[in-house]
Design a binder for this molecule. Structure first.
Ligand code: SAM
Length: 283
């Protein structure tokens, strides 16, 4: 197998450091360095960017990011068994790799990064969606990152890019597509990983828009979407009853039939409804 750097092959790294995969940490490693370099390239031009990587593990993707020219990589890894392998990569790329042995949910990554920033990760499945939601809901927009290039279970990736009328369409699609362009750039079978998971995986590229696609108050939009999809089989006039007392007329003012269901409504109309609810509340 062709290699992208002078470091040992990943199978050797794993054997040397005894990195037996732990299921509890979502450890399914990518050992093909050509594939990890491909994922790095899917994120766009890395030269001149700081990259935040969550869960570097034995460092296959980390090596891809560095070989593709990332100015600096900040890698946050919870499993301290991976640290010696990551330290070897840091030595091979002097001054370009910083490693934090921490839980990514507990760290303020921004404090360690200099813009422009790209986030690129083969995420642990147990915290992937939680991290995505946090990256998509910063205090202000645009966020500190330009792009998110993230590996998910294929089913989660499909929920992120889903369009109205499909089964996968819901809160995640609306949250992601309100302020980002989102597309699947790569799909991988279980055999691409060691050990192979039960499911297929996919890489999603999310590019932050300078401003939301349609104006809306984030808290109100989130409340409407949550209420609508919590009871996705109900008509909106019923599922959104708690959002505003006169919900039927607000739905109509947003060009939404009160008998429609959440999964039929596109982002533009959800945003129109959020604006109508906000105006009614402040009247
Ligand atoms: N990036 C490596 C690769 O592509 O081969 C490993 C990916 S593996 C799917 C997920 C990695 O995330 C593991 O190394 C695991 O130890 C790490 N991890 C799990 N939970 C974490 C957390 N809360 N914070 C940081 N790292 C975590």
């Amino acid at each position: 197998m062709a290699t992208i750097d002078q470091l040992p092959p990943l199978r050797e790294v794993i054997a040397t450091h005894g990195l037996i995969a732990k299921k509890s940490l979502g450890q399914n490693f990518l050992l093909d360095l050509n594939l990890t370099a491909r994922i790095a390239r899917a994120a766009g031009d890395l030269t001149g960017c700081d990259v935040l990587e969550v869960g570097p593990g034995p460092g296959g993707l980390t090596r891809g990011l560095l070989a593709e020219g990332a100015r600096r990589v900040l890698a946050i890894e919870k499993d301290e068994r991976c640290l010696p392998a990551l330290a070897e990569i840091a030595t091979a790329y002097p001054g370009r790799l910083s490693i934090l042995n921490a839980d990514a949910l507990e760290v303020d990554a921004l404090a360690h990064l200099t813009p422009p920033v790209r986030v690129i990760a083969n995420l642990p499945y147990n915290v992937g969606t939680e991290l995505l939601v946090r990256w998509l809901t910063p205090k202000s927009w645009p966020p500190y990152w330009q792009t998110l290039t993230l590996m998910f279970q294929k089913e989660v990736a499909e929920r992120i890019v889903a369009k109205p009328g499909s089964k996968a369409y819901g809160r995640l699609a609306l949250l992601a597509q309100w302020r980002c362009d989102a597309r699947i750039v790569l799909t991988l079978p279980p055999e691409a990983f060691t050990p192979p998971p039960k499911i297929h995986s996919a890489v999603v590229l999310l590019t932050a828009l300078p401003e939301p696609r349609f104006p809306a108050n984030p808290a109100i939009l989130s409340q409407i979407v949550a209420a609508g999809f919590n009871q996705r089989r109900k008509m909106l006039r019923a599922s959104l009853k708690g959002v505003a007392p006169n919900i039927e007329s607000l739905l109509e003012s947003a060009a939404i039939a009160p008998t429609a269901r959440a999964e039929e409504i596109d982002l533009e109309r959800f945003c129109a409804l959020a604006r109508a609810v906000e105006a009614a509340r402040s009247a």
